[in-house]
Write a protein that binds this ligand. Sequence first.
Ligand SMILES: [Zn+2]
Length: 260
Amino acid sequence: MASGKCYLEGYGSCAGGISREHYISRNILEFGSTGKAVKIGGLPWQPPSTMQAIGLSSLAAPILCQHHNKSLKPMDTQAGRLMRVLNSIDKVPAKVSAITYVHGPTFERWMLKVFCGLAACGHFNNGFIPREWKEILVGGAWPAFWGAYFPLGFGPVTVSDGLSFETKVHPETREIKAVKFYFFGLHVNLCFGIPGGDYSGQMRWGIRQPRRINFLNEPQCKTIDLMWAGGSGEEVTYVRTGSTNSGPDYLKYFPYDDSA
Ligand SMILES: [Zn+2]
């Protein structure tokens, strides 16, 4: 499936020859070695609504040169950091400091990197990676309305442990217009414009680039500061409503009300 060619060729200079890239970061897949298997769902060859433990080697392909591979590594680092803090807040909150800093803009690009990798391998978008995606990966700005939205709650949501995706595809062009990421209990919509072009309805995708995510478990609150300088400054709060046997159990979330 894979091209054996750097998909960022022409976007900065290639160097070092082609290397195998883990398009779902190695540090996330290897989290399983700590005793808990990381489950992945939503890949095109998986049965619908199924989470499976997937081997390291099957998610790597020769799709980036060594230089580009290395230059994107900070994205893997931030995604791994966010995964570990989410897991700790759920499982060992006493070990988590009140505020943890994760670089949201880098995590946002990591989500895009996952889909560039999947597209480069031909699994999505017929193997086509839009020019805009490549420009963003090498440091370009997100076009208007593009980027990460953290959904507003409409009542309890089901969260799953592990990582899974759902794609929203344009009915005619088959282009991917949005990807819903379920990232270790966190829901993030990565939007490439607004599906259907309904820009007035953008809020249904959630809060764009919120500054903070709070996990409230009275009387304690753990905060992940996403360090978005130009974002909305808004906060998303998850409230613990009870315990479940598996996975994170922050079931409700709502936007923080500043005026209260
Ligand atoms: Zn390259």
